[in-house]
Design a protein around this ligand. Structure first.
Ligand SMILES: Cc1cc2nc3c(=O)[nH]c(=O)nc-3n(C[C@H](O)[C@H](O)[C@H](O)COP(=O)(O)OP(=O)(O)OC[C@H]3O[C@@H](n4cnc5c(N)ncnc54)[C@H](O)[C@@H]3O)c2cc1C
Ligand code: SF4
Length: 339
């Protein structure tokens, strides 16, 4: 599959990038797309899901790369690769749920190219959408691209394509914020406000804006973190269900806990009520199971992805239970008993 024709812009500074975006965001009928690692955008362009008039390649902007400890926590440039995140000693020590989630993305080669900014901005996925133009023409276009109906929920007007990034549920658990830049300045938003809950217009990002940094607050550091993921091919695959858990305990009791899920809704989401259920309690199998039930209720998988919605919801329940037990460091042989 060939790439559609586009004009390439390669700014070397953020100022240059945002002024180019301001000029070309309208970009005629086809607009402009930012490309970072290109591991998701390029295949999507080959499938003619995006046919931008301009592509803004931001890879040469050095100021958006790297991990920095500040007095308020840790700052990660949007162009930092997933491999850098996975291998960061600082992140592994202070925010282990993020390194664990990053390590599960795709394959080593794709993690060498793929960035944290691209993972946060990742397009939502659906079996009726991530297909070639010929396939989509044959089977019928849908709301997300070129059509007006949904094959997954016929009769409805909403797109349910699933958000399938691995690091965002971990980032939500860490109460991450992101910085967004445009020619009119910088704005900072909590990550949970970035996603809309819609499969088509899934993120709150204007055409002239670019994600520049991720902030991890000091208050979320040093939590024990676990990420569990369901996928078809263990060596390289998007999540079909994913669960991130962070937990702080003292004297065996939970002081604070958060749980985020991915790949089963149009946005990554925090499981409401999970913290309240866990705080002050000693983790045991029954409690972990109750949290698993809550996570399964939060998951709304549909037939957007491989494996049935019923199985993916069940795996959210099972993985949440396992992740909660692992975060509480329940001995491994007991985990085997629980399945
Ligand atoms: C075979 C295969 C398997 C994969 N498996 C996984 C997986 O298991 N888990 C997973 O999470 N992902 C997976 N991916 C998707 C992808 O590799 C990762 O999500 C990666 O992190 C995307 O980052 P990128 O820099 O390559 O993004 P790009 O492809 O460059 O961009 C992705 C999207 O984000 C936008 N974008 C990128 N950076 C910015 C920015 N700074 N500001 C504004 N918009 C931006 C782009 O315009 C585009 O819409 C897989 C991809 C492939 C091809
Ligand atoms: S959920 Fe419906 S509208 Fe969205 S991509 Fe899938 S088929 Fe299209």
């Amino acid at each position: 599959m060939s790439l559609p024709q586009f004009k390439l812009m390669r700014p070397r500074t953020l100022d240059e990038a945002v002024s180019r975006l301001a000029k070309h965001a309208g970009g005629g009928a086809r607009g402009t797309r930012v490309v970072a690692g290109g591991t998701d955008l390029i295949p999507s362009m080959q499938q003619k899901l995006f046919e931008p008039e301009y592509v803004l390649d931001v890879r040469n902007i050095a100021e958006l790369k790297g991990i920095r400890e500040t007095e308020n926590g840790v700052e990660i440039g949007a162009l930092t690769t997933l491999t850098t995140i996975e291998q960061s000693v600082l992140l592994r020590r202070r925010y282990p749920v993020l390194t664990e989630a990053a390590a599960t993305v795709a394959s080593p080669l794709l993690r060498n190219m793929g960035t944290i900014g691209g993972n946060i901005c990742l397009d939502t996925r659906c079996l009726w959408y991530n297909q070639s133009l010929t396939w989509r023409k044959g089977c019928g276009f849908c709301i997300k691209k070129d059509g007006d109906l949904c094959h997954v929920a016929p009769g409805g007007t909403k797109c349910w394509a699933a958000f399938s990034g691995d690091t965002p549920p971990a980032l939500l658990c860490l109460k991450a914020e992101i910085e967004i830049a445009s020619a009119s300045g910088l704005r900072r938003v909590p990550l949970h406000e970035f996603y809309t809950g819609l499969g088509d217009k899934y993120r709150r990002l204007l055409p002239d804006e670019i994600v520049t940094r991720v902030f991890l607050p000091a208050s979320s550091a040093d939590y024990r973190g676990v990420y569990r993921k369901l996928r078809v091919r263990g060596s390289i695959d998007y999540p079909l269900a994913g669960v991130a858990v962070v937990m702080k305990r003292s004297n065996g009791h939970v002081d604070d806990a958060r749980i985020g899920i991915t790949a089963v809704n149009p946005s990554p989401v925090l499981v409401k009520g999970a913290g309240e259920l866990l705080v002050g309690r000693v983790i045991d199998e029954m409690l972990a199971e109750a949290v698993g039930d809550l996570a399964a209720k939060t998951a709304k998988p549909l037939t957007t992805s491989a494996l049935t919605p019923e199985y993916r919801r069940e795996m959210i329940r099972v993985f949440t239970k396992r992740a909660v037990l692992a975060a509480a460091q329940v001995p491994a042989q007991r985990l085997i008993e629980f399945g």
